[in-house]
Design a protein around this ligand. Structure first.
Ligand code: ZN
Length: 160
């Protein structure tokens, strides 16, 4: 797992954009999380959690929709923030659904994460190394489970 704690000014700018949105739009039930996403063009897109008692849509999804509506071909980086106990926005890790969603839209996306108290940057590939894939759509041939110690390459062919 390759996490970096050397943040770029662009990472901090992304965080500030999400923070500013949450300070403006936060609502205990309806808008608990804000997200900011940088597209390949360098532009920043915002997203906001929308929710009710029973339905919650993550902030990352609307940020992604905004980026796609602006014709962004790829997502460079993303951050989500939620309120801490003192009403201050802090970095929040993407949930499992968002990891799968983000991974589907690009495997090179960087994600700002709360690494147990330190904000770091990590690749979505490291957050979700083995995403769900339909067996029939995999680009490899998967051999059946074999007991014991064996090695296989990514095509499923034995190498030794
Ligand atoms: Zn989520």
């Amino acid at each position: 797992m390759a996490i970096s704690f050397e943040l770029e000014p662009a990472d901090v700018e992304l965080y500030e954009a999400a923070r500013e949105l949450l300070l403006t739009a936060h609502h205990t039930d309806n808008h608990r999380v804000a997200a900011a996403m940088r597209g390949a063009s360098g532009a920043i897109y915002l997203g906001l959690h929308i929710g009710s008692k029973r339905v919650n849509i993550c902030a990352e999804s609307s940020a992604l929709a905004n980026a796609r509506m602006a014709q962004e071909k790829a997502v460079k980086s993303v951050v989500a923030v939620s309120m801490d106990g003192n009403g201050q926005p802090q970095v929040t890790n993407p949930c499992g659904l968002c990891r799968e969603l983000l991974r589907n839209y690009g495997s090179e996306t960087s994600v700002l994460v709360d690494a147990e108290g330190r904000v770091g940057v990590i690749s979505i590939k490291d957050l979700l190394p083995y995403p769900w894939v339909r067996a029939a759509e995999a680009s490899w041939v998967l051999e059946p489970p074999i007991a014991g110690n064996h090695r296989a390459n990514h095509r499923g062919e034995r190498t030794g």
